[in-house]
Design a protein around this ligand. Structure first.
Ligand SMILES: [Zn+2]
Length: 457
């Protein structure tokens, strides 16, 4: 590929992103079918027959496939087309205008994740055209592109039911999607975290029980008071540290990359044990943001997000509930989470019960794969000073659904930010934007990974 090809691919990525941003897919209500037909038309124009499936009216998903020679199992590029809503009054440009300004594409979804969807589509189209024109080899695996609905809420009308009802459309050995692959700076060094794990989610209610009664005669067995004490205790609790392979690899990679005293300080976290881990972590890692990140990837966490108790002012209720959001590291589920909370509650535990409302298990993938190697080699070639490291997301993505098909999923959305620009600061924010330089660099990195890994080179 010549410089001319790269710049044409970058231009196309920008145009595709502008087109996607101009379709308002704020979720709720989503209206992703408009984005699905936009993409379906483009696939049609490029000789690919798309499949469009709505899981509910207006909630469309689109899938395209480049046929490989069948030597290896398919490769999946997937993205979600819905975006989080905007507060228009805080934007300096139209969030659905696809505005180009000062070298940036502005708009809701520029980062999460229409920018990435546009890069995936541009890569997919480039390979499809080259295969048709016979200017590259036929890939040895099918390459599947999926742009799906409803990732940003928990109503689950997107890739989850799509996979449950049409698994063969998306079945793949490997998948690539959001979170990871973009530059992250620490002490002047540039790292590229590749997402290889996601924490699990356990949503539950913690119920305190006590003796009901008339509020005019106070007593010591009040459920509301028990609950308040329990929440206070949990908020100060030190849950044990758990070092998963991904957390260990992330910390090792960061420490090696930083080197010197800073690196040695971070590496010291690896010597921590389940019991002393938390205090030591804060002691050895001086950067508060980094310490918070390291704490989140090495601990199960608990966050109270709601309270429900009582109906009448003059009645002591027999129970009081706290709604709690827990996130578990790889290897831990709801039962282990409840055990840790009971242990942390100590003598308060006797009045408490836990009712689990929903569980989404953590996922973790090996990085000893040919795809992971190809990603690292490509990043090193395009940015010799950059350091790829495996990473864990503390939130959740559609990878949880795709993993059910047996696919190895990495978060790899290559982008190169300037120092001082942080992906996490700009995502879901006002004036969400992505630089054209970042898109140009990213689409080339993604093309090189996909074309090499699938043999369409
Ligand atoms: Zn997203």
């Amino acid at each position: 590929m010549t410089d001319l090809h790269w710049s044409a691919m970058a231009d196309e990525t920008v145009r595709l992103l502008q087109g996607l941003i101009r379709i308002d897919t704020s979720n709720p209500p989503g209206n992703e079918s408009a984005a699905a037909s936009y993409i379906a038309n483009i696939l049609h124009e490029n000789g690919i027959t798309p499949t469009v499936i709505e899981m509910a009216p207006g909630r469309g998903n689109v899938i395209g496939r480049i046929k490989g020679d069948g030597t290896a199992a398919p490769f999946l590029l997937y993205s979600h087309t819905d975006v989080v809503p905007v507060e228009r009054e805080h934007w300096t440009v139209d969030p659905f205008g696809g505005v180009l300004q000062d070298g940036y594409v502005y708009g809701r979804g520029a980062l999460d994740m229409k920018g990435i969807g546009a890069m995936q589509l541009a890569v997919f189209l480039a390979i499809a055209r080259r295969v048709q024109a016979q200017t590259c080899a036929v890939p040895h695996r099918d390459i599947i592109l999926a742009a799906t609905a409803d990732e940003e809420t928990d109503t689950d009308l997107g890739i989850g039911p799509l996979i449950a009802q049409h698994p063969d459309l998306l079945r793949a050995e490997y998948g690539i999607s959001e979170f990871g692959g973009y530059s992250m700076y620490a002490a002047g060094k540039c790292f590229y975290p590749i997402q290889a794990a996601e924490k699990g989610t356990v949503w539950m209610r913690m119920r305190a029980r006590g003796k009901p009664g008339h509020a005019s005669v106070p007593h010591d067995d009040n459920a509301v008071v028990h609950l308040a004490r329990a929440i206070d205790k949990l908020s100060r609790a030190r849950l044990p540290m758990h070092m998963s392979p991904t957390a260990r690899a992330f910390i090792t990679g960061l420490a090696d990359g930083l080197g010197g005293a800073h690196g040695a300080g971070i590496r010291a976290v690896l010597g921590n044990t389940e019991q002393n881990g938390s205090p030591l972590l804060e002691h050895v890692v001086r950067d508060a943001g980094l310490a918070a990140e390291l704490r989140a990837i090495t601990h199960n966490t608990v966050t109270p997000t709601g309270l429900r108790a009582g109906r009448k002012t003059n009645v002591i209720p027999s129970h009081a509930d706290a709604v709690i959001d827990c996130r578990t590291v790889p290897g831990f589920g709801a039962a282990e989470m409840v055990d840790e909370l009971m242990h942390a509650l100590g003598n308060e535990a006797e009045n408490m019960t836990f009712e689990v409302d929903s569980v989404s298990p953590p996922i973790e993938f090996s990085t000893a794969t040919p795809l992971y190697r190809t990603i690292c080699q490509t990043l090193k070639r395009l940015d010799p000073a950059g350091i790829p490291i495996p990473s864990m997301l503390t939130g959740a993505t559609d990878a949880k659904h795709v993993a059910k098909l047996g696919a190895i999923c990495y978060g790899f959305s290559p982008m190169r930010f300037k120092q001082g620009e942080h992906f996490s600061d700009m995502v879901h924010g006002h004036n969400e934007r992505v630089s054209i330089d970042s898109l140009s660099w990213g689409v080339r990195a993604l093309y090189e990974v996909v074309s090499q890994f699938t043999g369409a080179a």
